[in-house]
Design a protein around this ligand. Structure first.
Ligand SMILES: [Zn+2]
Length: 272
């Protein structure tokens, strides 16, 4: 009898999912790749909200009190909230998935700012983030080490293919500038030799004078579209689009399927 009970317990623990939490939806996508059916994921900042200023809801705090791992990614709201998550759940393992990623100041085409937190919109960085996540899962849930390793390798192959596709598509692109409201594609721009020109200045809508200088720069660089995202106001982007007679294209950096998001962004840049 005892033997069966032990067997039952072993079976249940082998199927029990690990409760984890992530800051943004692209991290949930990574978990779906490297840990399908092995984790239950709470996403703290959903699309439509800003990870720069987010405040978790009480229901999310309850979910976080049951989590084993918190996968941080280095967005601003974590600075003040990670200590609170840890204070209510001392067993919570906080994993910094931006470990081993070199950060650069935000490039806006107009000025250099603080270190850019938007690391996940780059296939190169996604590989590092996924590795950091897999390593932590193996530590906490070693029964599934082989699955995590195999899935990670498959995901890395997928990202290498994406990288090659982007290089192919953008290799002949003549105008390598792009205009964007919120500067979230800086690492992508750096990886593929593009130049990001941001409308937003240090997290704020530009003043009238700043707006004129963005319009001048955009005219000079002959950009064809302006990217905006649903998380921010469209006012100045629309104004610029009217002035330059260019298209406004909405792209959210928080979209869960980050591979599809990057592919879509690449296609728009390539003029498809
Ligand atoms: Zn942002």
């Amino acid at each position: 009898m005892k033997k069966y009970i032990i067997l039952l317990i072993l079976t249940i623990s082998a199927f029990a999912k690990v409760n984890v939490a992530v800051s943004i939806p692209p991290q949930e996508y990574i978990l779906e790749q490297i840990a399908p059916n092995l984790v239950d994921t709470e996403v703290v900042v959903k699309p439509g909200n800003s990870p720069h200023t987010y405040e978790p809801k009480p229901s999310q705090m309850i979910a976080l009190s049951k989590a084993k791992i918190y996968f941080a990614i280095g967005v601003e709201f974590e600075n003040s909230w990670l200590p609170k998550f840890k204070a209510q759940n001392s067993n919570l393992l906080i994993v910094h998935t931006d470990k081993n990623i070199k950060k650069y100041p935000i490039t806006s085409g107009q000025e250099a700012g603080e270190l850019d937190p938007h690391i996940w919109l780059s296939p190169k960085n996604l590989k590092v983030i996924a590795k950091n996540m897999a390593n932590a899962l193996i530590k906490v849930d070693s029964n599934h080490t082989k699955e995590y390793k195999d899935n990670l390798n498959q995901f890395i192959t997928k990202l290498d293919k994406l990288d090659k596709k982007i290089k192919d598509k953008l290799s002949k692109l003549k105008n390598r500038n792009f205009l964007i409201f919120h500067p979230s594609w800086g690492y992508f721009a750096r990886d593929y030799n593009l130049k990001q020109i941001a409308v937003e200045i240090k997290g704020k809508e530009p003043s009238a004078r700043e707006l004129i200088s963005v319009i001048k720069l955009a005219k000079k660089t002959a950009v064809k579209v302006i990217f905006t995202q649903p998380e921010f106001s469209q006012k100045s982007a629309k104004l610029i689009a009217n002035e330059l007679d260019i298209k406004v294209v909405k792209v959210s950096p928080l979209k869960k399927d980050v591979i599809q998001n990057i592919t879509n962004f690449t296609n728009i840049l390539a003029g498809e």
